[in-house]
Write a protein that binds this ligand. Sequence first.
Ligand code: PHE
Length: 355
Amino acid sequence: MNTNSHHEELQRLEQEASSRAGAVQSAEELRRVESSLLGKDSPFGGLLKHLKSLPPEQRGAFGQAVNGAKARIKALLEERLAALESAAARTEDDAARAFDPTLPGAQRPLGSVHPVTAVQWEIERIFVRLGFTIEAGPEMESEHYNFEALNIPADHPARDMQDTFWLKNGKVLRTHTSPVQVRAMHKFGAPLRTLVPGRCFRYETIDASHENTFHQVEGLMIDRDISIANLIALAKLLLSEVMHREVELRIRPGYFPFVEPGIEIDMNCQICGGKGCPTCKHSGWVEILPCGMVHPNVLRAGRIDPEAWTGFAFGLGLTRLAMMKYGIRDIRVLNAGDLRPLVGARRLTGPIIKG
Ligand code: PHE
């Protein structure tokens, strides 16, 4: 090796020192780098041997180059050590400052169930007591169960009553829980008492009282002599128990292809107590329980003989009922990520709502 290539070696060593020192994260690691760069077995050993073999007139210049490189590497390592030490001191300082034993502990709020779930559970308990089973059905439903089996053929204008999300696979997001009526008939036959809480979807423009995703509870009771009087009695019991007070009902005719006769049961507005407010559109009443006597065609679709059996069905607006019960005026908070209005609504108003 000639002297030129030894100068190159020196340069390379300096570069190596700078990149290795920059990469270390602790003083200890840095010491290891230092001993491999400058220690006994380091490349500097070989360079010093070379120095001895040089003619005396060249030794001075080469010796200076070697010492210069060594000194610069040393300085660089020292600088890095100082930087590491001050960073470590800063972290310690921060840690000492971050822990203040005089501050109150972090609050961990207790979890609570969603208002819709709370009301759903309450309703389930009431109906289990009355001998109903609790069923579920698919949210992605076939056209058959969502419409046809419910006496809504493809060309029926009632298809437009519910704006539907049609899926590419030809199925729909169920627009109501009613499809589970026929599913339950297939599963159990008659007599039958079943309750189906579930999520439904409609292609709606969202505002304070409309959501594209909401909850209903379907009720279905089939037996030998079921009449509309059973239905109305049950509706009164259900709504009064959920609201923990006697509610007033208003009964109107209603039209749904899967019931005959169809009725709408309204409840006096629990937000304003019936005086009129934006929630009840100033009428004092809210539609809460569309229902009716199961249409013979639906019983037939469920393979139940309409000559031998009668039944009623209802489709409770669970989301709306939860809003009434907890005084939630804007439906959008129910599906939003912000939990504060939900917890607040339940804490402040409890089961009985004042205007
Ligand atoms: N499925 C109907 C709806 O969502 C409600 C309903 C259910 C009406 C059962 C009558 C009987 O609009």
